[in-house]
Ligand binder design. Structure first.
Ligand SMILES: Nc1ncnc2c1ncn2[C@@H]1O[C@H](COP(=O)(O)OP(=O)(O)O)[C@@H](O)[C@H]1O
Ligand SMILES: [Mg+2]
Length: 307
């Protein structure tokens, strides 16, 4: 099973996905992956975490296996540059320009960062490992861009492939079956995008949005749900986080606003709500906090995944 948490910055994606992964880890080995450039998993678990899988040291009485991984965008960009360099070199084309400068320029283009990240995300999502995967995803805009791009880029690649085939036919180099490195490369890219799009539509993949009962979070969630619905990616549910208790008298104006938005969320998305999480009095950081905080999640529909 795979779980992806999306939502606006600051609503609690990292907190909820880390706690959820901790909960899942009790019954089956779980890998938590974060593409958050803020690298907040280290703070949440109170342990150093890096860009290679690390097993979290859990209290002795807590049986389970949790691994975490923080994707390092800078590193993935370097790797992306290196593979591009190698792939271009393998093509054996005589470039009459500065090859290295070209690669550097290529990796400075706006899409390169997303490309590098998407590549790692796709490899993890499509790997046939049998532990459970939890993705603490990047903020909504990028996430949607990545997810949506699966189908769009797919169409784009198809156009490039036929253009390339046309050129080769003209040059009488291609008879429909001959090997062509560029076409192979495009086909590989295409199958990765198709794989991701397909995976996101499978019943064992759960795309879940986290939001707080606040205007901007509600608005952004509404837009995300609309966009995903248009691209036919199912959203499995919502987690409404950081709900103030009724008795915070000093915060009355906040409470009034929150009630308004909580009501709106309940009315609009009643069937999608998987759970409502209270405002935790302490910062939900460190295992000593996360373990009791996990009880909040266990009481929601997310708890059903642990049985
Ligand atoms: N239920 C909660 N109660 C209190 N504080 C919370 C709760 N959920 C998250 N937080 C705090 O809110 C802040 C933002 O949460 P975080 O998980 O980093 O959000 P995101 O990953 O969506 O940017 C953090 O300081 C976190 O400790
Ligand atoms: Mg985060």
């Amino acid at each position: 099973m795979k779980f992806l948490f999306g939502g606006k910055g600051g609503v609690g994606k990292t907190t909820i996905s880390a706690t959820f992964a901790l909960m899942l880890a009790k019954t089956r080995p779980t890998l938590l992956v974060s593409s958050d450039p803020a690298h907040s998993l280290a703070d949440i678990f109170g342990q150093p975490i890096g860009s290679s899988e690390k097993k979290i040291t859990l209290p002795a009485q807590f049986k389970g296996e949790l691994r975490v991984l923080e994707l390092d965008v800078q590193k993935s960009l370097e790797r992306y540059k290196e593979t591009t360099r190698q792939k271009l070199a393998n093509l054996n084309i005589n470039f009459d320009f500065d090859f290295d400068k070209y690669i550097d320029k290529l990796s400075a283009t706006p899409g390169a960062y997303e490309n590098a990240l998407f590549d790692q995300f796709a490899d993890l999502l499509l790997s046939d490992r049998d532990d459970r995967l939890v993705f603490d995803t990047a903020p909504t805009g990028e996430t949607l861009h990545l997810i949506q791009s699966a189908d769009l880029i797919d169409q784009w690649i198809e156009i490039i492939i036929s253009a390339r085939e046309g050129v080769l036919k003209l040059k009488k180099l291609y008879n429909g079956s001959a090997d062509d490195a560029i076409i192979d490369e495009l086909r590989e890219m295409k199958s990765k995008f198709q794989g991701v799009a397909k995976m996101l539509r499978q019943p064992q993949t759960h795309l879940i949005f986290v939001l707080t009962p606040e205007k901007l979070a509600v608005e952004e969630t509404r837009r995300s749900l609309e966009t995903l619905q248009k691209s036919r990616f199912p959203v499995r549910g919502l987690i409404v986080n950081r709900i103030l208790p009724e008795d915070v008298s000093a915060a009355t104006p906040f409470l009034k606003h929150q009630k308004k938005y909580l009501q709106a969320i309940r009315q609009k998305w009643q069937n999608l709500i998987l759970g409502e999480i209270p405002w935790w009095r302490d910062e939900p950081e460190g295992l000593s906090q996360l373990i009791p905080f996990a009880e909040n999640l266990r009481r929601t529909k997310l708890g059903n995944f642990v049985k």
